[in-house]
Design a protein around this ligand. Structure first.
Ligand code: UDP
Ligand code: GLC
Length: 412
């Protein structure tokens, strides 16, 4: 399913993104500086984690904000550097406006810091967009080959014109290699930079299904006890950071349509969406279902929490770039009901290995949940197929092997 092929370069595409055959570098491969804008444990960071430890013998990480991601990396013996600027950190996709002007001194400092560190390595691996822009702007200073791991859908639904313009510039003039996390993200970028989508290599995220196999009944019962629920209470789960576009409000609306069902929201407002979290609690009270909506906060043990629910929901209201929680739900052996847009439809096929609904449609979501409770045989078939597919198409080993091929293929 994943395609890391030698790319064809269209005449209209000014930037080729090759995945070359193995370069004749040193036996241990190139040294890599990884840069990520976030210190939080979001999907982009959790997905980078195994790459940092597995792709290069000499590697360090530079973060633009501090947080549990740094601690996680350091616990794995990875050297982490921080270059933090509050004003740059405040520039986000909702508040780009002119905030970058005030942040200019900080931007310059971070560009210089990235370049200074990058000069000690063969390759600069940019994870997330702020890292891309700052790493790209500093290219005349560091002159290192740049790899960008694209994890966002660069469409007007997700990003403003200024952000799209800057990314277009950076991609065209500074990025040497690119890896997209789905064909959806590859296609949106290709559209932005006027390039054939096949010129953007895709590597899907992977998970270790073995970690999910190891969860026994005792551990899932622990979760139920924490939530004060009986072992046979009907419980569905929505996993991921709390953010308006992740659509937790859609799941709460669906829950209100199904008497007796409980919903656990696992995740926290990682990037300042506390007002949205408050609105979710108010929504549950307004609908009179606050005793059936459980806010579990951020949890480290995803296998344990996922195996404690009957079904895994995914409710993003705009196209999800990839959606690690979906492959994790499949690895947990649970039927996954997901919003059909973006990378999701590359993972799930309706009534084959999961159930797809229109994004934002709470009634369709409620109907899907009821249908699967009404037909346990179908629920079981979808979950079993999902588990087979995740082991075959979205394994951690395949992800690392394909990314390794990308890194080893770089001529530096
Ligand atoms: N996650 C976690 N603890 C939580 C909630 C989420 O570890 O309490 C992890 C989840 O297992 C998944 C990641 O956060 O690996 C979310 O990634 P996804 O690609 O689904 O969404 P993103 O947040 O990157 O948009
Ligand atoms: C980003 C995307 C998410 C994807 C993750 C890992 O955070 O929002 O959809 O799964 O990166 O690539």
């Amino acid at each position: 399913m994943s395609s890391v092929n030698k790319v064809s370069i269209e005449a209209t595409c000014t930037t080729p993104f090759p995945v070359a055959p193995l370069a004749a570098g040193s036996a241990e491969g190139p040294s890599v500086l990884f840069v990520d804008q976030s210190g939080q444990l979001g999907g982009a960071e959790l997905s980078l984690l195994p790459l940092v430890t597995m792709l290069a013998t000499r590697r360090e990480v530079l973060l633009l904000t501090d947080g549990p991601f740094r601690q996680r990396l350091e616990s794995m013996d990875v050297t982490v550097h921080l270059t933090i600027d509050d004003r740059v950190a405040r520039i986000n996709k909702d508040a780009v406006h002119l905030s970058w002007l005030f942040a200019l001194p900080g931007i310059v400092r971070q560009i210089q810091a990235i370049a200074r560190h990058a000069r000690r390595f063969d390759i600069l691996f940019l994870n997330t967009q702020k890292a891309l822009v700052l790493g790209a702007l500093g290219k005349p200073l560091h002159r290192r080959k740049i790899v960008w791991h694209l994890r966002d859908i660069m469409s007007p639904d997700h990003f403003g014109p200024l952000q799209r313009l800057v990314v277009k510039w950076a991609t065209r003039y500074a990025v040497d290699y690119i890896v997209a996390n789905s064909h959806a993200t590859a296609a949106a970028l290709a559209d932005l930079i006027k390039c054939d989508p096949s010129a953007v290599p895709v590597v899907y995220n992977g998970v270790d299904a073995g970690e999910f196999d190891q969860v026994d009944d005792q551990r899932t019962k622990e979760v139920r006890r924490l939530l004060n629920l009986a072992d046979d209470t009907r419980l569905v789960g929505l996993f991921g950071r709390i953010a308006p576009w992740k659509g937790q409000h859609v799941a709460i609306d669906a829950l209100a349509q199904i008497p007796g069902l409980h919903l656990v929201l696992v995740g926290s407002a990682l990037f300042g969406e506390q007002a949205y979290e408050k609105s979710l609690r108010e929504q549950a009270v307004r609908l009179g279902i606050e005793d059936r909506v459980h806010f579990a906060g951020f949890q480290d043990d995803m296998p344990q929490w996922m195996r404690a629910v009957d079904m895994v929901l995914h409710t993003s209201t705009v196209a999800e770039p990839f959606g690690r929680v979906i492959i994790e739900g499949m690895a947990a052996g649970r039927p996954v009901i997901a919003a059909a847009a973006g990378g999701v439809v590359e993972i799930l096929q309706h009534h084959e290995n999961g159930w797809l609904v229109s994004p934002g449609d709470a009634t369709a979501l409620a109907e899907a949940i009821e249908a699967l409770y009404a037909d346990p045989g179908l629920a079981q078939r979808l979950a079993a197929k999902g588990l087979i597919n995740v082991k075959r198409d979205f394994s951690l080993n395949a992800y690392i092997a394909q990314m390794n091929k990308v890194i080893r293929g770089i001529e530096y």
